[in-house]
Design a protein around this ligand. Structure first.
Ligand code: NAD
Length: 380
């Protein structure tokens, strides 16, 4: 059984799907590991480290794809709409592709791809159950994004984060407000605290109050009730709810030097929670980092992929943040993929057990059909 790892070809992508440290685990599963030349270079993993770990380096990408029983990528299908096409054209019957494919954004594309009769697993769909935590790429990448968002804010802010008592006087700490305290938000809180900021946070799921406080941040109380939906996620609320939330947040944002927004509803556009009025109310030199930019943004002035300055406030709408910390993002992704493969491979062979909740929940196309229920529903 051959497991192939290609060099990512999505524009600006610096991660790699498998790092050298994971090669031995795949070999123990009975696989031969082939890696495209320079696949790990942008994340700091040179070809020689793959060779030292027991993998083979392949220079011909087409040959690598065609000879692999299992192909590992970071971004494929809908998540790599342009450059990824040539790879998809090479997929063949019974071949397995494991990647982040973003299938729910373009289920029609996945329906077309089903005709290839390959098994496509999309790792963003890993169910959020305890057993699957070690395969959860969304959590891994959100951890990186939350951390990096704070660093971006700090480097764009005209002030330092910690309080400092110096011979040149006392410097007051930065006030940082984190909106949305899921995986990314909690990591942003922890990072801002480490940098010495005064941190406040809010989430529509009251259950996170304790987690926010355990990180040393203040949970902002808003009399809005819960918006907790299924599986511990937030559910979409009506416009009246969001209007009231915006009204209550105005005061907090007006007193914040930095606002980091991470609010998201699974499968939906991100809610607009930060208005131009709030941006105008922020102190001059304020910074907003909108981690929801990829999904429409939480701030109405965010421009995805751009840095804009409005009312003396810098608003960043970064895209693909995990690729900016490629070494650790690749390491986490690689560990997630390796654990996933341990469920898929038994005795040196692919063993697709469709009664396994994780494998079944992640499988998008199988035997010529679009298999994932939500994807199928959206495609019809
Ligand atoms: P997400 O990226 O979908 O959303 C980020 C946060 O935004 C969430 O905390 C959400 O409540 C919040 N939000 C939505 N609307 C908001 C609004 N109007 N105002 C303020 N905040 C708003 O979520 P996520 O970070 O991927 O995960 C969130 C939940 O999933 C958490 O409960 C987490 O513990 C759980 N989870 C479980 C597992 C597991 O068991 N394997 C893995 C990861 C996450």
């Amino acid at each position: 059984m051959i497991i192939g790892v290609t060099k990512e070809n999505f524009k600006g992508e610096r991660r790699v799907a498998l790092v050298p440290a994971s090669v031995s685990a795949l070999k123990k599963l009975g696989a031969e590991v082939r890696v495209e030349a320079r696949a790990g270079e942008a994340s700091g993993f040179l070809d020689q480290s793959y060779i030292d770990a027991g993998a083979t380096i392949v220079t011909d990408r087409t040959d690598l794809i065609q000879s692999s029983d299992i192909l590992l990528q970071v971004r494929a299908a809908v998540a790599n709409p342009e450059a990824g096409q040539s790879d998809l054209a090479l997929l063949k019957e019974n071949q397995i592709l494991i990647a982040q494919c973003d299938p729910l954004s373009d289920p029609q594309k996945m329906l077309e791809l089903a005709a290839k009769k390959a098994d496509i697993f999309s790792l963003e769909l890993v169910p959020r159950i305890t057993r699957a935590q070690s395969m959860d790429v969304l959590s891994s990448m959100a951890t990186i994004a939350g951390y990096k968002a704070v660093l971006l804010a700090a480097s764009h802010s005209p002030q330092m984060f910690p309080m400092m008592m110096t011979a040149a006087g006392t410097l007051t700490p930065a006030r940082v407000f984190i909106l949305g305290a899921g995986v990314a938000g909690l990591q942003a809180i922890a990072t801002a605290k480490r940098l010495g900021a005064v941190v406040m946070a809010y989430d529509v799921r009251p259950a996170v109050k304790e987690q926010v406080e355990s990180l040393g941040a203040k949970f902002v109380e808003m009399d809005l009730g819960t918006a907790e939906g299924q599986g511990g996620y937030a559910r979409e609320m009506d416009e009246e709810f969001y209007r009231k939330q915006r009204e209550l947040m105005l005061e907090v944002i007006a007193e914040s030097d930095v606002v980091i927004t991470t609010a998201a509803i699974p499968g939906k556009k991100a809610p607009i929670l930060v208005t131009e009025e709030m941006v105008q109310a922020m102190p001059a030199g304020g910074v907003i980092v909108d981690l929801a930019a990829e999904r429409g943004g939480n701030c109405e002035l965010t421009k995805a992929g751009e840095e804009v300055e409005v009312h003396d406030v810098v608003i960043l709408g970064p895209l693909n943040i995990p690729s900016e910390i490629p070494r650790h993002a690749s390491q986490m992704y690689s560990n997630n993929v390796t654990t996933f493969l341990k469920s898929l491979i038994k005795d040196g062979q692919v063993n697709l057990d469709l009664t396994d909740e994780v494998l079944a929940g992640t499988l998008v196309t199988h035997q010529g059909e679009l298999r994932h229920p939500l994807c199928r529903q959206l495609a019809n």
